[in-house]
Design a protein around this ligand. Structure first.
Ligand SMILES: Nc1nc2c(ncn2[C@@H]2O[C@H](COP(=O)(O)OP(=O)(O)O)[C@@H](O)[C@H]2O)c(=O)[nH]1
Ligand SMILES: [Mg+2]
Length: 237
């Protein structure tokens, strides 16, 4: 088993470097590549950090400039390019703690056809720097989705997880914006793929800005309802 770590980048600099360095320190033996996805908005400062990473981690950095738009577009193209047996979906802004990558991989080895995903809501997980109002909305949203899907999962929108590459390559994806992150879990759930959560501590990024807006959160509901009633055959390529 080996891993392609997918890292979408817009405005991250030291956060991206720390992400790669931490994973290299803790999980080097499993990593086949860091698949960095850039877009036309990726800043000059970020591109400089990426160029430096290419020198410091020879042979391990793959750079892809996305053609499709938005975060979903970036990740969908990365899925098709991934060379390892598994992909890790995460961010480069340190909102996905790179120290957890080793545990994700070790747990996945126990069940390589399933998905190990992270949760900020289970025992041991937490949010830091999230407003009370957002927390309430998040909790209600998570609860609604888990009821809709009769699932025990507690954090389906936090996209920090490990998945088999053949699975992500055979699913027909639809979303291009952030709701894609939810789609990457609910389609596998409908396809009866096993899932397990481990706790994660979330902390708001300390550099750059999110590409997501709170008001768009409601778009997640649309894909949640659509996929719930979609035939599983139509989910596959
Ligand atoms: N390549 C690429 N990366 C993106 C895009 N949108 C977001 N990202 C990156 O994906 C990660 C998660 O996105 P972010 O905007 O922080 O979303 P949030 O954490 O859900 O609010 C960050 O590292 C972003 O820089 C995009 O359109 N293209
Ligand atoms: Mg973020």
């Amino acid at each position: 088993m080996d891993v392609s770590v997918i890292l979408p980048v817009v405005n991250e600099t030291y956060s991206l470097r720390e992400t790669v360095e931490t994973i290299d320190r803790t999980s080097k033996k499993y990593i086949k590549e860091y698949l960095i996805v850039i877009c036309k908005f990726t800043t000059k400062e970020s591109l400089e950090v990426i160029a430096k990473l290419e020198i410091d981690f020879p042979g391990l950095i793959t750079i892809h400039k996305q053609v499709k738009p938005y975060l979903g577009g970036a990740l969908r193209e990365a899925f098709d390019l991934a060379k390892a047996s598994h992909i890790i979906l995460m961010a480069s802004d340190l909102e996905t703690d790179p120290n957890l990558v080793e545990q994700l991989i070790v747990e996945e080895i126990q069940c390589p056809t399933g998905i190990i995903t992270t949760s900020r809501w289970i025992q041991g997980g937490s949010f830091k720097g999230y407003s009370k109002l957002k927390l309430i909305f998040n909790w209600i949203f998570q609860k609604s989705i888990s009821i809709l899907y009769s699932s025990k999962l507690t954090d389906m929108t936090y996209a920090f997880r490990i998945m088999p590459t053949d699975l992500v390559q055979k699913i027909r994806w639809e979303e291009l914006r952030h709701p894609f992150l939810l789609e990457t879990l609910i389609k596998p759930i409908r396809l009866n793929i096993s899932t397990k959560e481990i706790p994660a501590n979330w902390q708001a990024r300390s550099e750059g800005e999110s590409q997501n807006t709170f008001i768009r959160t409601f778009a997640y509901l649309k894909i949640a309802i659509k996929v719930r009633f979609q035939s599983t055959r139509s989910m596959l390529k």
